[in-house]
Design a protein around this ligand. Structure first.
Ligand code: PHE
Ligand code: CO
Length: 292
C-alpha cells in the first residue's frame, strides 16, 4: 500500500478530493461496470463472506451503471456513518490515513478500459467501490477501517508505516475469513478480481495460514501477481479486537531488526490451513536464488 503520488494535481482540494462528475461517464463506461459487476456477483455467492453480499444489498449496488457517490453516500452514511470521496489517483499516506480516521474512503473515479479488464496497475472505481465499499456497511469492519486510519497517524510518528501497510495488505486487500463451511474471501483485491477470487480459495498453489498480527507485520507481499500466502481471520470481531486492543508501539519496537519473512515462507510456528505447492508462482518466475 503506497498511496503516494508526488504532487497534488491542481484540480484537487487540500484533502486531495475531486468531484466525481458522475454525469461525465459514457455509456461504454457504465457498460464496463455492469459487465464486471455481473461477472463477480455470479461467482461470489458461497465464496465471499456473507457480510459482503449484505453490503451490496444495503447499498443497492446492483443498480445498473457506475454508482453515483451522492446517492451511495446516503445509504452508506445511514448504515455506518462512512462516505466515499473521489481522488485523482494514489494519495500520500498521511492524507489516506486522515480520510480513514474520519470515516471517508478514498476512491478512484475512472474505470478500466477493455484492454485492462483483468489487470491494471492503479485501483479503479470498480476495485475501490465494488471491492471495498460493501464491507464499510458492516459496523464491525467499518470500525476496523477507522481504527486503522488512526493507527496510521501513529505508525507515521513511529516510523512503522511499512509494518502497518502489511496489515492492510493481508486483511483489507487480500484477507480470507473462516466461514461455517470453510474459508471465504473478504479482501477487496480478491473480491474485485475474477481470477484471484478462484485462485485464493481453490488453487493448491498459495499458503493459507491463520492470521497472526506480528507475523503479518513481518511478511513481504507481491504487488505484481497473485499472492503466495493468504492469512485467515476467524471473524471481523476478532480482527477488530486483536488490533484495537493492542498498543502497536511496543509491537513495532519488538519487531525492530526482526528479519522479513518471504511471501511464500511457512514457519514452524504458523497455524497452517493449507501448505501451498507454489507451483503457480514458480511457473511465473525464473528463480534467481532459493525461494523464500
Ligand atoms: N492499536 C493500533 C495502534 O496502537 C491501532 C490500530 C487499530 C491499527 C486497528 C490498525 C487497526 O497503533
Ligand atoms: Co484497494
Amino acid at each position: 500500500m503506497t498511496h503516494y503520488s508526488a504532487v497534488k494535481p491542481p484540480q484537487a482540494a487540500d484533502d486531495w478530493t475531486i468531484p466525481q462528475e458522475w454525469d461525465r461517464y459514457g455509456a461504454d463506461e457504465h457498460a464496463m461496470w455492469d459487465h464486471l459487476f455481473e461477472r463477480q456477483t455470479r461467482m461470489l455467492p458461497g465464496r465471499v463472506a456473507p457480510a459482503f453480499l449484505e453490503g451490496l444489498d444495503i447499498l443497492r449496488l446492483s443498480k445498473p451503471g457506475i454508482p453515483d457517490f451522492t446517492e451511495l453516500n446516503i445509504r452508506l452514511m445511514d448504515a455506518t456513518g462512512w462516505q466515499v470521496v473521489a481522488v485523482p489517483g494514489l494519495v500520500p499516506d498521511a492524507v489516506f490515513f486522515d480520510h480513514l480516521a474520519n470515516r471517508r474512503f478514498v476512491a478512484g473515479r475512472f474505470i478500466r478500459t477493455p484492454e485492462q479488464i483483468d489487470y491494471l496497475e492503479e485501483p479503479d472505481i470498480f476495485h475501490d467501490v465494488f471491492g471495498h465499499v460493501p464491507l464499510l456497511a458492516n459496523p464491525v469492519f467499518a470500525d476496523y477501517m477507522q481504527a486503522y486510519g488512526r493507527g496510521g497517524r501513529r505508525a507515521g510518528e513511529l516510523g512503522a508505516i511499512a509494518r502497518l501497510a502489511r496489515l492492510y495488505w493481508y486483511t483489507v486487500e487480500f484477507g480470507l475469513i473462516r466461514g461455517a463451511d470453510g474459508l471465504q474471501i473478504y479482501g477487496a483485491g480478491i473480491v474485485s478480481s475474477f481470477s484471484e477470487s478462484i485462485f485464493a480459495l481453490d488453487d493448491p498453489s498459495p499458503n493459507r495460514i491463520a492470521f497472526d498480527l506480528g507475523r503479518v507485520m513481518r511478511t513481504l507481499y507481491r504487488i505484481d501477481d497473485f499472492q503466495q500466502t493468504y492469512f485467515v481471520i476467524d471473524s471481523f470481531e476478532d480482527l477488530l479486537h486483536q488490533t484495537i486492543e493492542s498498543d502497536f508501539a511496543p509491537l513495532y519496537r519488538s519487531l525492530q531488526g526482526a528479519p522479513d519473512i518471504g511471501p511464500a515462507a511457512v514457519l514452524d510456528s504458523d497455524r497452517v490451513d493449507h501448505r501451498g505447492t507454489q507451483h503457480y508462482a514458480h511457473s511465473r518466475t525464473v528463480p534467481t536464488k532459493a525461494p523464500a
